[in-house]
Write a protein that binds this ligand. Structure first.
Ligand SMILES: Nc1ncnc2c1ncn2[C@@H]1O[C@H](COP(=O)(O)OP(=O)(O)OP(=O)(O)O)[C@@H](O)[C@H]1O
Length: 683
C-alpha cells in the first residue's frame, strides 16, 4: 500500500473548503456526476477512434445512497484510472485546482456560487472520507483504491474491481446527513443533471403493487440525454418545443414564441429561448433562463450574459465559451460574452421580424403579451430599437393595430397642429377616459391605448425619436385645444361674466388635500359637454416621473392641479349664469357700482402718478391709492361671498360639478353617495 501526502501547506484544507463553500455544498453532486459523465464520454471517443476495442455495454452512471452505511456512491463505466493517473489527476492536478480555487475566492464567497472549478475535491464539502475505487479500461490495469479522510494524507492500494470504471464513495459527514435522503438527492440530480448526455440512474423505477410501492427491475433514469437544444431545428416539431417548455416550467401558460439558437462560430452556443406569457410585473419574472455548459447545469442567473431585456425570456442557453469561474463584473467586459449578447439580441429581433412579416395576424394576436418585451428592449438597447421600430405596434382604442409608420400616415391629415406637429392622442384606461375618447373620436381623431407597464417611458422616448411629434393624453385639455389648428376665435363671454361663472363653481369644488382646481369658462359649442375636468399633459408627466424618480420629489410635493372648464355655450351653464345674476342682483348691484367707482378712482390715481418718481408723489395720494386698492379687494371678496352664498344652495351647480368629477373617476365615498341621493331627489 502506498501512503502519501497531498502536499498541503495548510494543516487541513478540507474544513476550509467546507466553510467557504457553505452555501453551495450541493454542487458536489454536479461535480462528481459530471466527472463520471466525462469519463464515459472519453471512453466513447476512444472507442470511436479505435483506441478502445472492447465492448462499451451499458454506460449508465449510477448514483446510490446507503443510509445505514452513511454513504453516497457515484459509479460509472467510463475509462477509469490507473495508479499513475490517480497520482497525477487526483493527488496533484485536482488538488492544485482546489488550492487555486480557494486562493481566488477566499475573499468573495458569493462569487463561487454556480461556478465551476473545484471539481473532485468538492466531495469534501459533504464527506468526512472519500474513496475512489477504479479500474482503467487499459489492458492489465489493476483495480486501485484511493482513500482520504480529509487530512492531507491519502492511501493508495490495489483492490478488487472486475469491471472497468470508477466508484466514488462519499462517507457523508454528520452535519450533511440531509444528502442521504432520497428526495434531496433526487432534487439535486434533477436540478444539475437533468440534461447530461449520458444516462444517469438513481435507483430503480417504482410501481404500485397490491397497494404498496415496489421497485421494478428498470433503472430510474433522471435525465434527458438529448434535450431539444442539441437537436437540429429541422428535426423538431412545434409540439416538441411546447413539451420541452412544459417540462421546464410546469406551471406556466403556453409560450408565445420560441427561438432556437445555434452558433458554432465565432463562439459555440446553442439553446432555445421562449417568450412566456406575462402581462405585468416584469421584475418578478426574471431569471428563468437556465445556463448550461455542455449540458451541465450551471446557473439560472444570466445577467450580464444575455441583454437585460431578454432576462425576461425563459429557456435554456448552453455554451462552453462562457467563462464561468470569473466574477460577474468581469463577465460583462469579456469579448465573447459581448458577442453572445449581441448575437442573441439580433436573433430575437430577426425572429420577431419574420413572424411579423409572415404572419401579421398571429403577431397582432400575441402583441399584447409580447409588447412588454419589445418595449423593454427598445428602451434599453439602441440596436434593438432600430430593428423593432419596423414591427412594433400601436394599438388604438378600437383594438386596431398599426406599425409606427402606418399610424403616422393614418393621423397625419387630421392630427397635425398649426405648427406642423403631429399630435398622438392616447388614453391609458379606455373605460375611465371613455368620455374624452368619445369626444376625440367624434372630432375625427384616433386615440391610442397606451396602458402598458412601460408606456410612460416609451412615450418619452418616442417623442425624442419621432420628429415634430407630441403625445397628449386625451383628457389633458378640452377637445378644441388638444390639437390646436388655428388661432382660437369663437364668441367668448365678456370677461366679467366669465369671472362670475368661475366664482360660482370654484367655491363649490370639493376640498381635497393636495388637489387644486383652476376654473375657467369658454365657449365650446352648444353640443359639447357643459363641464369637463382636464389635467395638463406636462403636469401629469411631472407627477408621474416624481413618483418613480426620487430626485424629483419637488414635483411630488406639488398639489395635483386640474382644470375645470365650463362651456359657456351650454344651456345649463347659461342658465346658471343668468339665474345667479338675477337672484343676486339686489345684493350685487350696490357692490358692483361701488366697485365701478373704486376702479375708476384707482385708474385716475394711477394715471396721475404715471411717470413720476416716488418722492414727487404727495403722501396723501399714495395713501389714497393704497386705501382704494384695499377697498376694491374688500368689494371683490364681498362679491365672491354673495355668489358663493348663492351657489352653495344651487343644485344645478353641485350636480354639474359632481358629473364632471364622476367622469374623471374623482367622485368617491360620501361625495358619491350624496350625488346619488341628489340625483334621485331631482327625479
Ligand atoms: N469518474 C472518473 N473517472 C475517471 N477519471 C476521473 C473521474 N473523476 C475524476 N477523474 C480525473 O480526475 C481529474 C480531476 O478531476 P476534477 O473534477 O478535479 O477536475 P476536472 O474534471 O478536470 O475539471 P473541472 O471539474 O474543474 O471541470 C479529471 O480531469 C479526470 O482525469
Amino acid at each position: 500500500m502506498q501512503k502519501g501526502n497531498i502536499g498541503v501547506t495548510t494543516e487541513n484544507i478540507f474544513p476550509i473548503i467546507k466553510k467557504f463553500l457553505y452555501s453551495d455544498h450541493e454542487i458536489f453532486l454536479r461535480e462528481l456526476v459530471s466527472n463520471a459523465v466525462d469519463a464515459t464520454q472519453k471512453l466513447k471517443t476512444l472507442a470511436a477512434t479505435g483506441e478502445f476495442k472492447g465492448e462499451l455495454g451499458d454506460l449508465t452512471v449510477r448514483v446510490k445512497a446507503d443510509k445505514d452505511k452513511g454513504t453516497i456512491t457515484i459509479s460509472d463505466r467510463g475509462l477509469g484510472m490507473t495508479a499513475e493517473e490517480i497520482d497525477k489527476y487526483i493527488n496533484q492536478i485536482a488538488f492544485s485546482g482546489a488550492n487555486d480555487f480557494l486562493e481566488k475566492y477566499k475573499d468573495d464567497a458569493n462569487a463561487i456560487i454556480g461556478h465551476f472549478g473545484l471539481g473532485f475535491y468538492s466531495a469534501f464539502m459533504v464527506a468526512k472520507k472519500v474513496e475512489i475505487i477504479t479500474r482503467s479500461y487499459k489492458d492489465d490495469a489493476k483495480a486501485m483504491k484511493w482513500s482520504c479522510d480529509g487530512s492531507p494524507e491519502f492511501t493508495l492500494e490495489e483492490t478488487e474491481r472486475n469491471d472497468r470504471g470508477t466508484d466514488i464513495i462519499l462517507y457523508v459527514d454528520d452535519d450533511c446527513k440531509e444528502f442521504l435522503e432520497d428526495s434531496r438527492l433526487h432534487g439535486l440530480l434533477t436540478k444539475y443533471c437533468h440534461f447530461l448526455p449520458v444516462p444517469v440512474a438513481f435507483g430503480k423505477k417504482k410501481e404500485w403493487k397490491d397497494g404498496k410501492q415496489v421497485e421494478t427491475e428498470e433503472d430510474n433514469i433522471i435525465n434527458d440525454t438529448c434535450p431539444i437544444w442539441t437537436k437540429k431545428p429541422s428535426e423538431l416539431k412545434e409540439e416538441d418545443y411546447k413539451k420541452f417548455y412544459r417540462d421546464l416550467y410546469p406551471m406556466s401558460d403556453e409560450p408565445l414564441f420560441w427561438i432556437h439558437l445555434n452558433v458554432d462560430y465565432p463562439f459555440n452556443l446553442t439553446g432555445v429561448l421562449y417568450f412566456p406569457k406575462i402581462k405585468s410585473n416584469i421584475d418578478l419574472q426574471r431569471n428563468k433562463i437556465q445556463l448550461y455548459c455542455n449540458q451541465v447545469y450551471v446557473t439560472d442567473s444570466v445577467e450580464g450574459i444575455v441583454p437585460d431585456f431578454l432576462t425576461l425570456l425563459h429557456g435554456v442557453i448552453d455554451s462552453p465559451d462562457i467563462p464561468l469561474n470569473v466574477s460577474r463584473s468581469y463577465l460583462q467586459s469579456d469579448s465573447n460574452v459581448k458577442k453572445i449578447s449581441t448575437y442573441i439580441t439580433k436573433k430575437v429581433a430577426d425572429r420577431l421580424q419574420s413572424i411579423f412579416k409572415n404572419d401579421r395576424k398571429e403577431f397582432e394576436e400575441k402583441w399584447d403579451d409580447l409588447k412588454i418585451f419589445i418595449n423593454y428592449g427598445m428602451l434599453t438597447q439602441e440596436d434593438f430599437y432600430e430593428k423593432a421600430s419596423k414591427f412594433a405596434l400601436f394599438k388604438d382604442t378600437d383594438n386596431k393595430y398599426y406599425t409606427f409608420e402606418e399610424y403616422q400616415t393614418l393621423i397625419k391629415d387630421s392630427q397635425t397642429d398649426k405648427d406642423g406637429n403631429l399630435i398622438y392622442l392616447y388614453a391609458n384606461n379606455a373605460d375611465e377616459q371613455y368620455t374624452y375618447i368619445d369626444a376625440a373620436k367624434n372630432k375625427g381623431y384616433n386615440v391610442l391605448l397606451l396602458d402598458g407597464q412601460l408606456d410612460v417611458p416609451m412615450i418619452n422616448m418616442l417623442e425624442q425619436k419621432f420628429e415634430k411629434s407630441h403625445f397628449t393624453r386625451v383628457d389633458s385639455d378640452i377637445i378644441d385645444r388638444l390639437i390646436v389648428k388655428e388661432e382660437q376665435k369663437g364668441e367668448e363671454l365678456p370677461q366679467d361674466k366669465q369671472e362670475v361663472l368661475s366664482t360660482l363653481f370654484k367655491g363649490q369644488m370639493p376640498k381635497v388635500k393636495k388637489t387644486e382646481f383652476h376654473v375657467e369658462a369658454h365657449a365650446l359649442g352648444e353640443s359639447a359637454a357643459p363641464i369637463v375636468i382636464t389635467q395638463a399633459e406636462y403636469m401629469r408627466r411631472m407627477k408621474d416621473m416624481a413618483s418613480i424618480q426620487p430626485g424629483m420629489s419637488f414635483y411630488g410635493e406639488m398639489p395635483d392641479m386640474f382644470n375645470l372648464v365650463l362651456n359657456t355655450d351650454h344651456r345649463l351653464i347659461k342658465q346658471v349664469l343668468s339665474e345667479a345674476e338675477s337672484a343676486c342682483a339686489e345684493k350685487l348691484v350696490p357692490v358692483e357700482s361701488e366697485l365701478a367707482m373704486l376702479t375708476l378712482r384707482r385708474n385716475e390715481l394711477h394715471k396721475a402718478q404715471e411717470g413720476k418718481k416716488d418722492e414727487e408723489i404727495p403722501t396723501t395720494e399714495k395713501d389714497e391709492l393704497k386705501d382704494v386698492e384695499k377697498k376694491i379687494d374688500a368689494q371683490k371678496a364681498e362679491k365672491e361671498n354673495i355668489l358663493n352664498g348663492y351657489a352653495a344652495d344651487n343644485k344645478v351647480v353641485h350636480q354639474l360639478i359632481d358629473l364632471a368629477l364622476l367622469q374623471n373617476n374623482m367622485l368617491k365615498g360620501e361625495a358619491l353617495t350624496n350625488f346619488v341621493k341628489r340625483s334621485v331627489e331631482m327625479i
